[in-house]
Design a protein around this ligand. Structure first.
Ligand code: NAD
Length: 290
């Protein structure tokens, strides 16, 4: 199975390397030359364009920031649809709107491509360790064809429904993660300002019903104020927009989502968009008396 990989960022780079380690032949294209050099040093084949990356592939995987980049790479000039051979399995693992996932699937089908949306959760650590949770939308046969790759990239993979369903589940995931992060950040500032050692408190909280993967994985960032991304506030802002738009289309009111989306937007507007999303804590601190 020859793989073409587009987008070697925080997530895409370790994911592509895991497929190389599993002996899949892999050609990749991304905007940063040093990422392509790193890939070549580990047995991958760098490609100077999307078209050259995908032209001989059996499977094309995109891991790009947002709808605009995915749409340009897939549907634009010199893009995936223009150059991939009919029958190619095209898997978009980026987080985009369910609507974009459906558009890609329809446009792909017109060119004889099989398309899956398969966004992920688990962060950079999950990408490095190959323990991502993969939520897919599309045809069952295409999901089964992709399963050997998903087994390398993740520890959980599920077909959630038709095209776009994977992105709908990912939108729900991002709502839960942002709301949980905000709650944990508020708890940390509350504990500190009340004179309680947050390190001790977070450990005991994590052993009870308040425990969560968010609390566990972001504890270090909260305690040290090291907000190196990880998952950037900018991207979570994008994702809150996805949840909000998808909920409006579904006719669903999500009041907590609205509030947390505004808090994410405020932290971003205050200049923290490039920090990890655990930097929601900085917003809580700015709202709190010294
Ligand atoms: P990133 O910004 O680190 O990486 C994006 C990559 O896309 C970069 O390598 C960039 O060069 C490449 N790219 C952009 N435009 C391109 C183009 N036109 N042609 C070729 N390459 C192009 O982003 P990331 O953190 O790796 O996230 C990727 C996706 O995964 C996003 O949709 C994000 O929401 C989602 N995601 C991220 C995390 C996380 O923890 N970082 C977790 C789950 C899901």
């Amino acid at each position: 199975m020859r793989i073409a990989w587009i987008g070697l960022g925080i997530m895409g780079s370790p994911m592509a390397h895991n497929l190389l380690k599993a002996n899949y032949p892999l050609t990749a294209h991304t905007l940063e030359q040093h990422k392509l050099d790193h890939l070549a040093a580990h047995g991958g084949t760098p490609a100077p364009s999307v078209g050259e990356a995908v032209q001989d592939a059996d499977v094309v995987i995109t891991m790009l920031p947002a709808d605009a980049e995915v749409t340009a790479v897939a549907l634009g000039e010199d893009g995936v649809l223009e150059h991939a051979r009919p029958g190619t399995l095209f898997i978009d693992m980026s987080t985009v709107t369910p609507r974009t996932a459906v558009t890609l699937a329809q446009a792909g089908a017109e060119r004889g491509l099989r398309v899956l949306d398969a966004p992920v959760s688990g962060g950079e650590a999950g990408a490095v360790e190959g323990t991502l949770s993969i939520m897919a939308g599309g045809e069952r046969a295409d999901f089964e064809a992709a399963r050997p790759l998903f087994d390398v990239l993740g520890s959980t993979a599920a077909l959630c429904g038709p095209h776009g369903a994977g992105q709908t589940v990912k939108a729900a995931n991002q709502l839960i993660v942002a709301a949980t992060l905000q709650a944990c950040a508020e708890a940390v500032v509350f504990l500190e300002r009340s004179g309680v050692d947050p390190a001790v408190a977070l450990d005991v909280l994590n052993g009870g019903l308040a425990g969560s993967a968010v609390l566990d994985r972001k504890k270090h960032a909260f305690l040290t104020r090291d907000f190196t991304p990880g998952f950037r506030i900018d991207l979570h802002h994008k994702d809150m927009g996805i949840v909000t738009a998808a909920a409006r289309e579904a006719g669903v009111a999500l009041p907590l989502c609205g509030l947390v989306a505004q808090l994410v937007a405020a932290v971003r507007a205050q200049g923290d968009g490039g920090l990890d999303h655990s930097a929601l804590l900085r917003g809580v601190e700015r709202m709190s008396a010294a």
